[in-house]
Design a protein around this ligand. Structure first.
Ligand SMILES: Cc1cc2nc3c(=O)[nH]c(=O)nc-3n(C[C@H](O)[C@H](O)[C@H](O)COP(=O)(O)O)c2cc1C
Length: 338
């Protein structure tokens, strides 16, 4: 048996497979089940900036006004005070989960702006969270705001959190940057302990009969992993922060690819929702079998060995790959037969 253990954010993990933020980790019983089925750590579902800002407004007993100041949330959020257990329930979940399981419990904050809501991270730390994952789900709809300003917003958030937190901080990033590698390096310079690539964005669908814009959530497909592998492979070696991959990890082969690209850990949600949580144990045993067959004594041995800086032909990650794949495509013989 090969050694699957790894270290992420300074936390010792028995394997690189963790459960990412989702309703799977919304209760202590389910967190225990995730641990029993081999997940080496769990990220709790996110608490949202809008919820925390609303809570501080509630101190002034002016909830109605608070909801108006977040028109988006008033329309779309289920119930800001109870979503993902609400701020108080969330701290209880951290406390009880920490009593119930040995694997690390990572709390998740989801927001975009610097401000008072970030103080909640300290309460998560006090409740016993092993680390915080900050999901910056920013949609730059304001055409007057430049890319540089959006990026600076990310840096300000990380700096503000790092000033107050003693536990490690990981940042779950979007793929929508003109220079993702530079963004990774800047986050690293701001002392983020981990960078998680990439958030899946849930674009709304168009209902062409009702002429309505409708929310839509599809579980991921394994093809989505390629974007993550690509940028992890490029970033590996340029940052001190640990890299993690979320989005499209469905099988043991996916997990192994992530490690070869340079990820310390991989996160899984869709595959667990689709196949059941027992899928995790299958993924781990298959990964172990592959490592044995390929004579790796530990999974860490192979971390980053297929990164941009390690492969003999780095053009595979650059424009050369684009030209190669386009030129390798052959039209089906009957494509013009109608
Ligand atoms: C139902 C559902 C709820 C989710 N809730 C959160 C959340 O609260 N916070 C967060 O950062 N990500 C959330 N995610 C995103 C997942 O953590 C994960 O990053 C994403 O699904 C991609 O991984 P996958 O391909 O393994 O599903 C959610 C995903 C699903 C399907």
């Amino acid at each position: 048996m090969s050694d699957l253990s790894t270290k992420y954010l300074g936390l010792n993990l028995k394997s690189p497979l963790l459960a990412s933020a989702s309703p799977l980790s919304e209760s202590v019983d389910n967190i225990k089940r995730l641990e029993d089925h081999g997940l080496a750590g769990v990220v709790l579902p996110s608490l949202f900036e809008e919820q925390l800002a609303l809570e501080s407004l509630a101190v002034d007993s002016d909830l109605a006004r608070g909801t108006e100041s977040f028109p988006e949330s008033a329309n779309f959020f289920p119930d800001l005070q109870t979503y993902n257990l609400g701020p108080d329930g969330y701290l209880e979940l951290i406390r009880h989960a920490k009593e119930a399981v040995k694997v690390p419990v990572i709390a998740s904050l989801n927001g975009v702006s610097s401000g008072g809501w970030l103080e909640y991270a300290r309460l998560m730390e006090e409740a016993g969270a092993d680390a915080i994952e900050l999901n910056i789900y920013s949609i730059a709809t304001d055409a007057a705001v430049s890319g540089a300003e959006v990026e600076q917003g990310y840096i300000d958030l990380v700096r503000q959190l790092k000033r107050t937190l003693r536990i490690p901080l990981a940042v779950k990033l979007s793929p929508f940057f003109s220079a993702p590698a530079n963004m990774g390096v800047r986050l690293d310079e701001s002392r983020a302990d981990g960078i998680v690539l990439f958030n899946r964005f849930y674009q709304p669908d168009f209902d062409i009969d009702q002429l309505e814009v409708t929310p839509s959530l599809n579980l991921s497909r394994p093809e989505e992993l390629l974007l993550r592998l690509h940028w992890t492979a490029i970033l590996f070696g340029h940052v001190r922060a640990d890299l993690g991959i979320t989005g499209g990890v469905h099988s043991s082969r996916d997990l192994l690819k992530c490690i070869l690209a340079g990820a310390k850990v991989v996160f899984m949600t869709s595959a667990l929702l689709r196949n059941g949580v027992q899928h995790a144990a299958h993924v781990l045993s298959e990964a172990n079998r592959w490592l044995d067959e390929h004579e790796y004594s530990s999974i860490q041995q192979m971390c980053g060995s297929m990164s941009h800086g390690s492969v003999p032909d780095p053009t595979a990650f650059e424009r050369g790959n684009y030209m190669k794949v386009l030129s390798s495509y052959t039209l089906r013989a009957n494509v013009f037969n109608d």
